[in-house]
Design a binder for this molecule. Structure first.
Ligand SMILES: Nc1ncnc2c1ncn2[C@@H]1O[C@H](COP(=O)(O)OP(=O)(O)OP(=O)(O)O)[C@@H](O)[C@H]1O
Ligand SMILES: [Mg+2]
Length: 330
């Protein structure tokens, strides 16, 4: 059962994220995971920085933080959504959602079916137009920009280079009849990769990184299992080193035994790459494993948010209490 997943240990100061990132930058062809990084000890998620940051910002990080447009600030949020609302005709998808996400932080959006998780994710990531509200994003040069002030071409470039999107159904995020290597290489070419040998070598290294056997590089993902497809989708998204990844129920369609491996790969990569992520899941065990902070949605609104450990151990809203007690009861 997913419940058996060992919880994160947030108080473990794992290897420096900065070191991990510096290593990664210096070596564009990623090295294979070390033996100690296997599935046995899911405790190396380096969330310490993000957790300290979130804790320092209190229960509503960012809400009271002054933003300084145009001013590089290492400690500023990566993304801030304010009053996000999306309606489908008279029906509410999500309503008045405000939050900030810090660099390297994993934020889980949890809630029952129909609570607005996907709507919120799609709206934040620009896949759905919002009805009202604003989104600001801190670019790599430190400038904070309102997404609405960007041209369509700039937004597309941002989505291609700085963001990744992992769909619940891998078929939505992969080209099913293009080879696995092609799926990964295509993304590199989209950001300017030209040298065939380099692209293929990087694609091969990434397949290894997501535990897909090297001899499957020329096979199309339609010949892959569900778990392999999902790991390929992760490789395709991360090969360009985005800073922010949107994950919509990334393990939702998978068998529980297969979920664990995908989650383990994801947990390791998020930590190694210092990625920020917004993760939609209805599974609190997944949120517990991956997320620094959680937002709980009901009826399109956020009813509670806070550090993952706090929300799970001391849920305040009756709905969160119900959610937490329902998993503990199983
Ligand atoms: N394309 C759409 N047209 C009309 N209503 C929609 C559409 N997409 C979602 N909704 C409605 O918006 C609300 C939120 O749906 P959403 O898909 O965001 O929920 P969710 O939390 O992701 O649910 P699930 O866990 O089942 O994926 C629901 O009432 C849903 O019926
Ligand atoms: Mg959904």
């Amino acid at each position: 059962m997913a419940r058996a997943i060992t919880r994160r240990q947030c108080d473990t100061p794992a290897q420096s994220k900065d070191t991990a990132m510096a290593t990664d930058t210096a070596n564009p062809l990623p090295s294979p995971p070390g033996p100690a990084e296997g599935s046995a000890a899911p405790h190396t998620l380096n969330t310490g920085t993000a957790l300290r940051r979130a804790a320092a910002h209190g229960a509503h990080p960012g809400a009271d933080q002054p933003r300084a447009p145009g001013t590089p600030d290492e400690d500023a949020p990566l993304l801030t959504a304010t009053g996000l609302t999306k309606t489908y005709g008279a029906r509410i998808g999500c309503a008045d959602v405000t939050f900030s996400l810090w660099p390297g932080e994993v934020l889980a959006i949890v809630g029952e079916s129909g609570s607005g998780k996907t709507t919120l994710l799609s709206t934040v990531s620009g896949r759905l137009p919002r009805t009202s509200g604003a989104i600001t994003y801190r670019l790599r040069d430190g400038t904070v920009t309102d997404i609405d002030d960007m041209t369509e071409a700039e937004r597309r470039r941002l989505a291609r280079t700085d963001w990744g999107f992992v769909h619940q159904n891998p078929a939505d995020g992969l080209r099913m009849s293009v080879s696995a290597g092609g799926n990964v290489g295509e993304r590199l070419m989209a950001v300017g990769g030209r040298h065939y040998g380099d692209i293929r070598a990087t694609a091969a290294a990434w397949l290894e990184r997501v535990e897909i056997p090297a001899d499957r590089i020329d096979d199309a993902p339609r010949t892959f299992s569900g778990g392999m497809r999902q790991r390929l989708q992760i490789a395709r998204n991360l090969v360009t080193h985005p800073r922010l990844v949107f994950l919509d129920e990334p393990t939702g369609g998978l068998d529980v035994s297969v979920q664990a491996r995908v989650l383990d790969v994801m947990r390791r990569l998020v930590a190694d790459l210092g990625l920020a992520a917004i993760l939609v899941t209805h599974d609190l065990a997944v949120a517990r494993l991956l997320a620094d902070r959680m937002m709980v949605m009901k009826g399109g609104r956020v009813v509670e948010e806070g550090l993952t450990d706090r929300v799970l151990e001391d849920p305040q809203h009756p709905y969160t209490q119900l959610l937490v007690s329902s998993i503990l009861a199983v």
